[in-house]
Design a binder for this molecule. Structure first.
Ligand code: MF3
Ligand code: CO
Ligand code: CO
Length: 295
């Protein structure tokens, strides 16, 4: 995208909509600086900042995500199929007057993503039975009163082995560290830098083909939030931004391929992959998770 500053000229119509010239209206007013920044984020980055009403709507959708994940956790055991998890999530979402965002999203055929073991993300629920020792990421996104919230967790099925425990620990901690970088003045690059630095220090790799994203009014909005990056690079975070952080961490190499179904992403080397995701709001002092769970 071309970088273009949307600076308002002194004799241009005031962006506040008064019809007056900018210099006779908001120019020089304190709040005007804030409006300018909002206009730049909207026009240059296509980022739609959220107001307090929007935030409350996303928070409510977020509560539904967490209830759904709790229900899934209580249901997971060896022998159940991923299809069963899909039906559970679908019915619970509908019962709560919400819509499962994944269903028919760009042709996705189910209401939730279930990603087992070497599946990185976008696992399509089906007749695969869970075995003791498996790990499974369940990624839930309801639309409640028009607002989207997006979160996921990776669960153990039965008793985990050493590798399963490690990749789940590292992916959980990757999200915690990424979120800890969220505050006004930091950049999107700071988030990815912190995550990759940590994951690599644990001998794990970070998937580059899928990224976090703005969320709230739509499933996927600008900006993209890579889970790798350079310190100080990328868009500066400002209050009112809402986006996901959802690092996918592999025990082996970061390379992947997509299965014939055109959705399921799996590690090329067959190694385990795990992921945790939350929807976060940039506040004036740092961040608030709108899908809060302990990490
Ligand atoms: N929930 C996923 C994410 O975190 C997106 C899934 S898209 C779908 O962005 F179509 F597979 F549901
Ligand atoms: Co997401
Ligand atoms: Co998600």
């Amino acid at each position: 995208m071309k970088h273009k500053m949307n600076k308002v000229g002194r004799n241009d119509p005031c962006p506040c909509g008064s019809g007056l010239k900018y210099k006779r209206c908001c120019l020089g007013k304190k709040e005007d600086a804030v409006e300018d920044i909002k206009a730049v984020y909207a026009q240059k980055y296509k980022i739609r900042l959220k107001d307090s009403k929007d935030i409350e709507g996303i928070r409510k959708a977020g509560r539904l995500v967490l209830e759904t994940l709790d229900l899934v956790e209580a249901t997971i055991r060896p022998g159940i199929t991923t299809e069963k998890i899909d039906r559970l999530v679908h019915e619970f979402t509908i019962k709560n007057n919400a819509i499962p965002a994944p269903l028919n999203y760009r042709g996705f055929p189910k209401s939730v993503c279930t990603s087992v073991n070497e599946v990185i993300c976008h696992g399509v629920p089906g007749n695969r039975e869970l075995n003791g020792g498996d790990i499974i990421n369940v990624d839930v996104t309801p639309i409640l009163n028009g607002y989207f919230a997006d979160a996921s967790k990776t669960f153990f099925v039965g008793n985990p082995g050493k590798d399963a425990r490690k990749i789940v620990r590292v992916s959980r901690e990757s999200l915690r560290i990424g979120m800890s970088m969220v505050r006004p003045g930091n950049t999107i690059g700071d988030i990815g830098w912190a995550i990759e630095n940590y994951a690599n220090s644990q001998g794990c790799s970070v998937v580059r083909d899928f990224v976090g994203h703005g969320v709230g009014f739509e499933f996927h909005e600008p900006p993209q939030i890579p889970h790798f990056g350079r310190r100080g690079e990328g868009i500066v975070l400002i209050p009112g931004m809402v986006f996901t952080i959802e690092p996918m961490i592999n025990l082996g190499k970061k390379d992947l391929y997509i299965l014939e179904d055109n959705w399921t992403a799996v590690t090329k080397d067959g190694s385990l992959s795990a992921q945790f995701e939350q929807t976060v709001l940039v506040t004036s002092s740092g961040f608030e998770s709108l899908t809060p769970f302990d990490l």
